[in-house]
Write a protein that binds this ligand. Structure first.
Ligand SMILES: [Zn+2]
Length: 187
């Protein structure tokens, strides 16, 4: 059995695999022998197949929910610029924090981020998630104004403000990729 993959070598210490819509990518240390990489991939055949199926399922769901047109993407970004600052303004006093600039971004992997200066970034695709999911991301980022980490103290604060946090934030883990697929992974 042989598997197709693209090999990316860099100054890293371990081998890692990633399933993308363009296929399997293996990231390997500079001098790891090709034989060793092939053997590793072969021994992870089940894992690879499982993740390929998951990706196919997500792509199918994205197609059935409809791929976003440029027009829809523009509309969602406009909506995000209006709605997200409102949610931030609602939660910031409850958490007791200030914040800086709010930017709406098209990011492939992140849903939100908070800089040390208190500038906030949010992914416009959140507008396609249930409102509670958007709120869970807003609360998460604002709580970073108190704790710049994911310590128990950070989560205690998140849960104080938004007790249903875990359930809603988890939605992104289960459905977030479908949203990215619907956007055609466009930047
Ligand atoms: Zn965080």
């Amino acid at each position: 059995m042989k598997m197709e993959y693209s090999l990316v070598r860099s100054r890293r210490k371990t081998l890692s695999l990633e399933i993308t819509s363009e296929g399997l990518i293996a990231r390997a240390p500079l001098r790891m022998p090709k034989k060793e990489i092939d053997a590793f991939i072969l021994s992870h055949a089940d894992w690879i197949r499982k993740h390929e199926l998951k990706l196919e399922k997500q792509q199918k769901a994205a197609r059935s929910q409809g791929l976003l047109t440029d027009e829809e993407i523009r509309r969602l970004k406009r909506e995000a610029k209006r709605v997200i600052p409102e949610r931030v303004a609602y939660y910031a006093p409850k958490i007791g924090v200030s914040y800086g600039r709010i930017s709406i971004r098209a990011q492939k992997t992140k849903w939100g981020s908070c800089s040390a200066e208190g500038n906030l970034n949010f992914n416009y695709l959140l507008m396609l998630a249930p409102p509670e999911v958007l709120d869970s991301v807003v609360v998460h980022e604002l709580c970073h104004r108190k704790e710049m980490n994911h310590s128990p103290r950070f989560y205690a604060e998140v849960l104080r403000v938004f007790p249903e946090y875990k359930k809603h934030y988890r939605w992104l883990k289960d459905n977030g990729n479908v949203l990215h697929q619907r956007a055609g992974l466009r930047g």
